[in-house]
Design a binder for this molecule. Sequence first.
Ligand SMILES: Cc1ncc(COP(=O)(O)O)c(C=O)c1O
Length: 404
Amino acid sequence: MVQVGKVNFDRQAMTDFDTPINRFGTHSVKWDSMEGYYGVPAKDGIAMWVADMDFRPPVAVQHALEGMLAHGVYGYYGDEGPYLDAIRWWMKTRHGWEVERSHIFTTHGLVNGTSMCVDAFTQPGDHVVLTTPVYHAFARVIKAAGRGVTECPLATVNGRYEMDLATWDRMLTGRETMMILCSPHNPGGRVWTPEELRCVAEFCKRHNLLLVSDEIHHDLVMPGQTHTVMANAAPEIADRLVMMTATTKTFNIAGAHSGNVIIADETLRKRFADRMMAMGISPNSFGLFMAEAAYSPEGAAWVDELTAYLDGTRKLFDAGINAIPGLRSMPLEATYLAWVDFAGTGMTAAEFTARVEKGAKIAANHGDSFGLGGETFLRFNLATPRSVVVEAVARLQKAFSDLQ
Ligand SMILES: Cc1ncc(COP(=O)(O)O)c(C=O)c1O
């Protein structure tokens, strides 16, 4: 056992996704803030909201941190060649995407990356297109920066989301200068097809939009699914494309607050670099050490095990949820974030949410925070040991048992 802070690490257990890890008392927002945000008691509640996992990262990441601890000097980071090459290696081997070292920026995570893009590439009063429902921080950041959001709702076709570009064409006001795409999609878990991505690229050309493609979930695709990087799907829009990627979601190291903004176009790159300089943004060495270790063959093998585990869990969750009359879980092609529609219960959001929070004692994200179309949904984080998900499903079945 290695003692780090209050937590014991057992190296053998690091690809064990089944053994529950007590995260209370570790400053985990997901567990330690659950009661404050949702009123779901810490004593016997289940935290299924914030998108981090109740799993330890690959051993290589732990070793990288142990190396830092053993050295014990925590100065500024430099000589970033190996870190940049690890990113290039990962993108090439896992995504078939060639990235130049000089195109890579490191931000303090991708919410920070989003805000930097909004700052660098739009003006106050401009609008940003979001395909809703979508990751809630996008709208928060855009609005806080004095820009507007144009919500373009996704269509639900055969129980899954699809782009509705013909409708969106009619919805734009002329004030839009940027679009943020979530690929794969959170929530809803779609892996967009190359054809869908090309249609988005055409849409951006038609409306003269800069496209920011947030691909933070791109490694968490279910077996049998293939994610296509936007830069590969539509190379012809390189002059209006900004890519965003990260190790943090894939390897469960979100506390490192590190992400990559990757820009091929020289003019856009210069603009972004100027704003990075103006904001004084330089990376946190912990995130870079961990990223270099994670983007490795060992990290790749760990991700393959993880996605196979998540796939088994989401099938089990869906079967249990879809057996409750009126509830419908969208089939996940990617991410560990199950998107459950309660519309069929005929209840108001307050009613079904109370049953989940007070009855089942589960904290799940409220659908309306994801924008138009999310009102009848809750989002459940499944990246926790399967036994916890089994318990959650049993509690939900009980909380809605009068509908059986
Ligand atoms: C699409 C998307 N982008 C960004 C983030 C958060 O990024 P970060 O923690 O790097 O700020 C999330 C977290 O769930 C996400 O789903």
